[in-house]
Design a protein around this ligand. Structure first.
Ligand code: F3S
Ligand code: F3S
Length: 105
């Protein structure tokens, strides 16, 4: 799967959403999350992110290695909705993301 990492937090450019053929990029309150079971690894989202927040899981920079789990666990309460359009934007974040300090980025 592809994974969205920390640079997305409070940026949420959303260019990635337009590129995803299976609509598996879901909106939290402070960042977006890729559904690991719905992502088909097409890679279309990765180059369009202006802050380089998206990585193939094996290529995640070491300091963001926890984001594979963070993206996956975001869906613990949602299961597999089968498309972000069905769920809509949420006001939730993973418990590690929600309390992150707001920083100028
Ligand atoms: Fe976030 Fe980049 Fe998408 S900032 S919303 S991962 S285009
Ligand atoms: Fe969609 Fe990106 Fe996966 S475009 S299918 S989330 S690699």
């Amino acid at each position: 799967t592809y994974v969205i990492a920390e640079p997305c937090v409070d940026v949420m450019d959303k260019s990635c959403i337009e590129e995803c053929p299976v609509d598996c990029i879901y909106e939290g309150a402070r960042m977006l999350y890729i559904h690991p079971d719905e992502c088909v690894d097409c890679g279309a989202c990765e180059p369009v992110c202006p802050v380089e927040a998206i990585y193939y899981e094996d290529d995640l920079p070491e300091q963001w290695s926890t984001y594979t789990q963070i993206n996956a666990e975001f869906f613990d309460s949602y299961g597999s909705p089968g498309g972000a359009a069905r769920l809509g934007p949420t006001s939730n974040d993973h418990p590690i993301i929600a309390p992150l300090p707001v920083e100028p980025r």
